[in-house]
Design a protein around this ligand. Structure first.
Ligand code: COA
Length: 260
């Protein structure tokens, strides 16, 4: 598939989606949003892909936000559609059936931070900067930032970030547990790829159900989450992978997964 604003590549078991508008610091315009959705579909249906890495082209920015030239033209009617389109894409990422890793290689601002918050795991380079600067533009986050950030860091820190628009560096993001790891920029992609290969060695169906159960921990009251966890655990025990994984351990060999 030909893309104008992203690059789609594969390395071993990883699909690598690179947002590719470096002259505009990879700002998210309508085409990027559409193409990201198409690229995710490719990754979802490709059996060789164990996990997805999302990153930005160049050394300066992951994504410097929604495209401000598009924001400038919005009115009350078009803005709702605009926010809902972005929210739908980011919800798809959050609920994606394979792990999605944000490799944050520089500025992740506004929609860029919101994209990172929607990913399952975030790895940042030492030069990464996160922020929700929307109030500088007279707007609030519209791609899920007010909801996901509160759940990720709690109300106080989320409120400070959103109402000041201040940026935080990678070390502060690590202290706030917004990122899993901080590495030198030269090691960012290789660190994400290593993580994908360690995921690729595990049972793929179990990983898919684990993502679903973890998502329930954010969305549901705990008692309901526990019920879902028991159901998904039981579902695992009806799969060939459960027989294979447990047998391989007992027979002291590596499992050969079927993904079912
Ligand atoms: N939307 C559209 N264009 C953007 C953009 C965005 N969110 N962020 C950066 N760009 C463009 C700039 O307009 C500039 O384009 P030009 O060369 O055609 O003038 C180019 O990217 C480079 O950005 P520039 O501002 O010159 O780089 P800088 O190093 O001086 O500053 C930032 C970097 C990230 C601090 C600054 O670009 C910025 O504040 N961007 C907007 C961040 C934002 O508010 N995002 C939230 C949107 S909801």
């Amino acid at each position: 598939m030909d893309f104008q604003t992203i690059k789609y590549g594969k390395e071993n078991h990883a699909a690598i989606i690179t947002i590719n508008r470096p002259d505009k610091l990879n700002a998210l315009n309508a085409t990027v949003i559409k193409e990201l959705g198409s690229a995710l579909n490719l990754a979802e249906t490709d059996k060789d892909v164990a996990a997805v890495i999302i990153t930005g082209a160049g050394e300066k920015a992951f994504v410097a936000g929604a495209d401000i030239s598009e924001l400038n033209k919005l009115d009350v009617i078009t803005a709702k559609d605009f926010a809902e389109r972005g929210q739908m894409l980011f919800n798809n990422i959050e609920k994606f059936k394979k792990p999605v890793i944000a490799a944050v290689n520089g500025y992740a601002l506004g929609g860029g931070s919101e994209l990172a918050w929607a990913c399952h795991i975030r790895i940042a380079s030492t030069n990464a900067k996160f922020g929700q600067p929307e109030v500088n533009l007279g707007i609030i986050p519209g791609y899920g930032g007010t909801q996901r950030l509160v759940r990720l860091v709690g109300r106080g820190i989320a409120t400070e970030l959103i109402i000041t628009g201040n940026q935080i560096d990678a070390e502060t993001a690590l202290r706030f547990r917004l990122v899993n790891k901080v590495v030198e920029q030269a090691q960012l992609l290789s660190t994400a790829l290593q993580l994908v290969e360690s995921i690729a060695e595990r049972g793929p169906f179990a990983i898919r159900l684990a993502l679903q159960a973890i998502d329930a921990a954010v969305q549901l009251p705990q008692d309901e989450g526990m019920k879902l966890e028991a159901q998904l655990f039981a579902l695992c025990c009806g799969t060939a992978d459960q027989k294979e994984g447990t047998s391989a351990f007992l027979e002291k060999r590596k499992p050969v997964w079927k993904g079912a």
